[in-house]
Design a protein around this ligand. Structure first.
Ligand code: GMT
Length: 375
């Protein structure tokens, strides 16, 4: 098939899922056309059957807000005709769904261009429920020819909050277990931690929903019992406050703020535990990547996370903000090697068994086939 994919290319789990999906589809022989404002971070543009079409938004003094949504719609329409697209797949409803709907109407006289919207989380739980976006988000979801959501939780939430009657297929996040794999020796951990220190890791876009400051507080608690170092991977509005808190708690030399990283698969396996203390998480891709790397997630019991992590089996779940409980779980793991080994092994097995591309990608392919075949 010829598939068009639009996502946020530089930021966040939805862009990562969209990019990895495109790569997997290309491996399976599909022609994949990314239509975005910049090359997605994890995408190698030299990959066979992958095409990248940049959306250029011209600025003009009259435009206080350059109309990206319209430029995107025009580019989608152009690419669909030039490359004979069978389907457009947009990740994150706002504004990608609306652009796809406009593109569909622009080319309607000449061709059918069905589009699928994949809901990832904050497009529903935060941005979508904002009163100014609510009606258009609901409308664009309802106009989609296919809708997918990354967890049961998010599907139920979409139905509840938006009253959507259309069918929503749940297709969970996936991980490439050949790329994301354990490193039992963890030799490169010595680049960050002192000898005898355990390594913790957190990955996110440092938005308030991630409760990044809790990671710093958890480390402070953990260090009262076990020598440990924390890798903070990513960037965003709460990075400054987190760095400040680390200095205030006098643990700044035990934390490495690494900023945005292109190869997290090289960093995650160095850690013993992943911290994901989010306020809300529709799935928790970072936890899945950690499990694939044999790193045990200590996370919060929110949103779709319990669909991924089984408490006490392949990770731990506590209430958001409960620093004492989260830190206690980390200490348990760091002081009981057998337990940590068992949980890491179970996590790796579950990731490979349930969330590998071979299990998930065919679901997207079926979804494409369904919307293409529907008249
Ligand atoms: O987590 C973010 O803030 C980024 C966001 C996105 O849409 O880019 O991530 C969401 O999508 C990921 C991939 O499907 C999910 O694994 C994350 O759980 C979800 N984030 C939230 O729901 C907060």
């Amino acid at each position: 098939m010829n598939v068009g994919i639009t996502c946020y290319p530089t930021y966040g789990g939805s862009g990562i899922v969209a990019t990895e999906l495109g790569l997997e589809l290309a491996i399976r022989g599909h022609q994949v056309h990314f239509i975005t404002y910049s090359n997605p971070i994890r995408l190698d543009p030299g990959t066979p059957r992958i095409y990248y079409h940049e959306v250029e938004v011209s600025t003009y003094p009259l435009f206080q807000y350059p109309p990206y949504c319209l430029a995107l719609a025009s580019r989608m329409a152009e690419v669909s005709e030039a490359y004979d697209l069978d389907v457009m797949h947009v990740h994150y409803a706002i504004p990608h769904s609306i652009s796809a709907m406009l593109a569909q109407q622009m080319v309607a006289a000449r061709r059918r261009l069905p589009f699928i919207t994949t809901l990832h989380g904050t497009d529903i739980t935060l941005v979508g429920v904002d009163r100014s976006y609510f009606p258009i988000t609901k409308f664009s979801i309802e106009q989609s020819n296919g809708i997918t959501s990354i967890s049961d939780y998010l599907r139920d939430e979409t139905v509840k909050v938006f009253g959507i009657a259309n069918e929503i297929s749940v297709i969970k996040n996936f991980v490439n277990c050949e790329l994301y794999h354990p490193d039992n020796e963890k030799k490169a951990a010595a680049n960050y931690a002192l000898a005898g220190e355990k390594l913790l890791i957190h990955l996110s876009n440092f938005r308030p929903v991630k409760r990044v400051l809790d990671c710093i507080r958890i480390l402070a608690e953990v260090r009262k019992h076990v020598p440990a170092h924390l890798l903070m991977v990513g960037d965003g509005p709460d990075r400054g406050p987190a760095e400040y808190l680390a200095r205030e708690l006098k643990i700044d030399r035990h934390i490495s703020f690494l900023g945005k990283q292109n190869h997290v698969e090289r960093l995650i396996p160095l850690a013993h535990v992943l911290l994901m203390p989010s306020e809300l998480e529709s799935f928790g891709l970072a936890a899945l990547e950690a499990m694939a790397c044999g790193v045990v997630p200590v996370a919060t019991r929110v949103g779709g996370v319990p669909e991924l992590i089984t408490d006490g089996e392949d990770g731990y779940l506590e209430a958001p903000g409960d620093i004492a409980a989260l830190a206690a779980r980390v200490v348990t793991l760091l002081t009981d090697e057998d337990l940590q080994y068992r949980m890491a092994k179970t996590g790796r097995w579950n990731a490979a068994e349930r969330y590998c591309p071979e299990k998930i990608i065919p679901k997207y392919e079926r979804c494409y086939q369904d919307v293409v075949n529907a008249s």
